[in-house]
Design a protein around this ligand. Structure first.
Ligand SMILES: Cc1cc2nc3c(=O)[nH]c(=O)nc-3n(C[C@H](O)[C@H](O)[C@H](O)COP(=O)(O)OP(=O)(O)OC[C@H]3O[C@@H](n4cnc5c(N)ncnc54)[C@H](O)[C@@H]3O)c2cc1C
Length: 372
């Protein structure tokens, strides 16, 4: 029987599986896609996790990630403020980063079931039974939920947030464009905001959070962009003068920033499955990595008798998760209210211009300390 089954091979699942396998545990990751693949994400990784990635050999040095240290914010009507990012970050596409982590984890001993979806988790006398879409069943002592923002597994577990409609829409492109490689910009538009920053290979990520209602009203993504995003004078030229590398954008919808349970039916959640921070904070991936790290460390400490120590691991993980991330998520939700409307985004730009100290404090508090 597997000691640990991880549902989902995104950033959280891959980091957790790597650490556990390296410590000698038997780990199976079940992922519904096949690497490499594109995902909706701004692809800016906060440097808070860089020391940890370097120490564990998981920093994707060979791809020469962009080094980002400047921030630009524009309001719906095109007012602009700039700041230096104390911590900064690096840019790498999820296409490359996830595949890189997958190979590292596989080399460390993790087994992968790709193109397989988990439909249900059942408790058994020995631990858990995981039911797959193809009808197979997999037994294990411990299951970890690393299935991201929203999944069929959330429905089968009857998780609180899943029945609520949120109306959010996420859209991503890769483009070749003229923009400083060491900067990240967040451009507001009515109902959302659009980020641009460099990844590897002289390519830029253009990714936005918008409203499904706008898509419904304007019929398709292109028309919605023309009618809504182009009103910001910074966004129009980016869309009109860049070379778009995908035939169609990558689109997701209905994700929730609401509070989630960190442990559900004895299944610990990591990454977005435990809670999604608003994308404007630019550290969802760092939180996914950090939560994977703290859970892996607790499991490794108790690896000789996982079944007996399970409840201790779960309660300690939940306590630590709340201490590290609860406040950040609430602050992220509050800051998001300063985005996506003419008045509030002008207020945010003015705040950044007039009170660099407050701006710095907000950025600091939505991020963590450097993680070793
Ligand atoms: C618009 C937008 C922009 C963002 N920009 C940034 C940014 O610039 N920087 C940043 O740090 N964060 C950003 N984020 C957040 C970031 O993308 C996430 O926090 C991060 O991807 C979380 O990683 P994860 O491993 O938890 O989930 P994911 O990366 O989503 O991985 C979950 C995996 O689980 C798999 N899966 C799901 N259900 C099942 C199932 N039932 N069976 C098998 N497999 C399953 C999925 O296929 C997926 O591969 C952004 C988010 C959005 C919405």
């Amino acid at each position: 029987m597997n000691q640990v089954v991880i549902i989902g091979g995104g950033i959280a699942g891959l980091i957790c599986s790597y650490l556990l396998s390296r410590a000698g545990l038997s780990v199976l990751v079940i992922e519904k896609n096949q690497y490499p693949f594109h995902r909706v994400c701004g692809e800016y990784v906060s440097n808070e996790v860089k020391p940890f990635l370097e120490r564990t050999g998981l920093y994707p040095e060979d791809f020469d990630p962009a080094q980002i240290k400047n921030f630009m914010l524009t309001s719906v009507s095109g007012k602009m403020a700039t700041a230096t990012l104390d911590m900064g970050g690096f840019g790498i596409s999820r296409y490359r980063f996830d595949e890189f982590l997958y190979k590292k984890s596989e080399k460390a001993g993790t087994r992968f079931l790709l193109k397989n979806q988990v439909k249900e988790i059942k408790k058994t006398a020995e631990g858990f039974e995981v039911l797959l879409g193809n009808g197979e069943k997999v037994g294990c002592t411990m299951v970890i939920g690393a299935h991201g923002k929203r999944s069929t597994i959330d429905k089968s577990m009857n998780r609180g947030f899943i029945s609520k409609r949120t109306g959010y829409l996420g859209v991503k492109y890769h483009i070749k464009t003229d923009f400083p490689g060491d900067s990240i910009a967040l451009h507001n538009f009515e109902g959302g905001y659009c980020g641009i920053s460099k990844v590897e290979n002289e390519t830029y990520n253009l990714c936005y959070l918008g409203q499904r209602e706008h898509l419904r009203r304007f019929g398709n993504v292109k028309e919605m962009e023309r009618q809504v995003l182009f009103k910001n004078p910074f966004l129009k030229p980016i869309f009109e003068n860049s070379n778009f590398l995908f035939t169609d954008p990558i689109v997701i919808n209905e994700f929730s920033f609401d509070k989630k349970e960190v442990v559900e039916n004895d299944v610990p959640m990591i990454g977005d499955a435990a809670g999604l921070i608003t994308p404007l904070c630019g550290n969802g991936m760092a939180m996914a990595i950090h939560s994977a790290k703290i859970l892996a460390e607790m499991i490794i400490l108790n690896k000789d008798d996982l079944a007996t120590n399970r409840s201790k691991i779960l309660s300690e993980y939940e306590r630590k998760w709340n201490k590290l991330f609860s406040f950040r998520l609430s602050l992220g939700r509050m800051v998001q209210n300063l985005f996506g409307s003419k008045r509030s985004s002008n207020f945010a730009v003015n705040l950044m211009k007039r009170s660099p100290f407050i701006t710095r404090k907000i950025i600091e508090n939505t991020h963590g300390e450097f993680i070793e």
